[in-house]
Design a protein around this ligand. Structure first.
Ligand code: HEC
Ligand code: HEC
Length: 401
């Protein structure tokens, strides 16, 4: 890989935003993202994976990690402390180079990373048992005195997203998975699905919720998938071709980012889950946890791991047997990062039940997909899964007369 050579060049790779920026201020103005900066960032992105210290200017602790993971960690910080990006970065959202500047809080956060790693190393055999979230619990500063109101108040059920072990008295995972496969159509019908083409709408979270965008999804068994969202800033394309994965989107630090490590593994799972008949092979080391509830409905909890070590938890509706949620946990130097997919509105397509409302939630963003047309087994052009081109700003339509 050729790292950016000059300061100006390093600077230029910075100005291009990120999927993970969802705070209102960040979402607003990205007018400076033009011309040569795109080309240079693309040249730098040609080889994979792009590493944090190649793209960013002032990385002192989180060095040598893929850019996608680096940005996920920023989401992890924000979620753990209940902060938005601006709380640690006095960055002007018109100028990405502002993120490199240090300030008191950012320096403290940097020290906290090292402190956390030392705690885990010295006390817990280097396992990531203490993270930013363990102390901060979504707020600052951490509380030191036990909370009587909480102690005697109505307890909130915890989000069960964690690593689990086989719970006593629960059925083997195989049984729950078989019931699910039967509920959505049975192994034979599932195996007959070779491609899925879907269209519909997509909405984001917060300020992006009002903006209904057209979405196209192409998938080919066993595991190729491309999702194109036509946003007002340009197309946002996520592709997994069966081996490599890319995200080409406007307002990112890198315009076509090659996915690496468990981020790539996550893209593979997202593609394979379009064809759930292979679920037992795609994920292994299965165990069943204690049942829990999602939206007041009882669900069975089953967890497994991929060969690359990504932990996957699946929640099956006890009444219908259908998959209502699955969560993948991606390793990072500061702790595991959850990405959740929720399924609803299952409808019958060629004898197979396919969810038509899909919500993806990660630490600093959410995407809703409402599918209006889902076709199976139509031919899909192989070019749909090739490396996407950089996103272009949409051409303004001529004003109606
Ligand atoms: C709790 C504080 C905190 C929050 C919240 C936070 N960051 Fe950071 N950010 C840091 C620290 C600390 C570093 C430096 C890491 C290092 O030196 O290894 C950093 C570095 C960065 C860099 C690299 C800048 C450069 O060129 O060196 C970018 C880009 C960045 N953050 C973006 C974001 C975005 C986007 C968000 C919101 C999703 C965010 N950060 C939220 C603390 C934070
Ligand atoms: C072992 C507990 C613990 C862990 C783990 C921890 N923190 Fe902290 N953090 C604290 C305490 C305690 C304070 C308050 C310090 C003070 O007030 O002087 C604090 C303060 C902060 C502040 C300053 C908040 C403010 O109001 O300005 C930031 C930013 C911060 N932590 C970031 C992080 C990040 C990022 C991580 C994970 C890499 C992390 N912390 C992990 C205990 C922790």
């Amino acid at each position: 890989m050729r790292p950016p050579q000059t300061d100006e060049e390093k600077d230029s790779t910075m100005k291009l935003g990120s999927r993970h920026i969802t705070s209102m201020a960040m979402a607003t103005a990205f007018i400076c993202l033009l011309g040569a900066a795109f080309l240079r960032a693309q040249a730098a992105a040609e080889q994979k994976p792009l590493i944090s210290d190649d793209v960013f200017k002032n990385v002192q602790v989180l060095k040598g990690i893929p850019v996608d993971q680096f940005m996920s960690i920023m989401g992890f910080f924000s979620a753990s402390l209940g902060m938005s990006c601006e709380d640690c970065h006095s960055a002007d959202d018109r100028n990405w180079s502002g993120f490199a500047a240090d300030n008191t809080r950012k320096r403290l956060a940097r020290r906290m990373i090292t402190m956390m790693q030392t705690i885990n190393k010295d006390n817990f055999g280097d396992r990531q048992l203490v993270t930013c979230y363990s102390c901060h619990r979504g707020g600052t500063p951490p509380r030191a005195v036990p909370d009587l109101a909480q102690l005697y108040g109505f307890p909130l059920p915890p989000d069960p997203n964690d690593v689990i072990t086989q719970a006593p008295g629960q059925p083997p995972a195989d049984q729950i998975l078989d019931r699910y496969l039967q509920a959505i159509g049975g192994a034979q019908r599932l195996a007959a699905i070779t491609s899925v083409i879907a269209t519909g709408t997509n909405t984001g979270f917060g300020p992006e919720a009002a903006d209904k965008r057209v979405v196209e999804i192409y998938a080919k068994a066993p595991g190729q998938r491309t999702v194109i969202v036509h946003t007002s800033n340009g197309d946002s394309t996520t592709t997994y071709d069966g081996r490599s994965g890319w995200v080409a989107a406007p307002l990112r630090p890198v315009d076509v980012l090659s996915l690496a490590g468990q981020e790539l593994d996550g893209a593979r799972l997202d593609a394979q889950m379009v064809f759930p008949g292979q679920i037992k092979q795609a994920i292994g080391r299965w165990r069943t946890g204690f049942p829990t509830t999602i939206d007041d409905k009882d669900v069975d909890v089953v967890q497994g791991a991929t060969a690359a070590g990504t932990i996957v938890t699946l929640y099956f509706d006890k009444a219908s047997g259908l998959l209502t949620r699955w969560v993948r946990l991606t390793d990072s130097p500061v702790g595991k990062i959850p990405t959740q997919t929720d399924y609803a509105d299952y409808r019958d397509v060629s004898g197979v039940k396919i969810p038509h409302h899909v919500t993806m939630t990660w630490l600093d963003g959410r995407d809703n997909f409402d599918l209006t047309s889902v076709r199976t087994n139509a031919p899909v052009d192989a070019a749909k899964f090739s490396k996407p081109a950089p996103s272009k700003a949409p051409v303004a339509r001529p004003a109606a007369r």
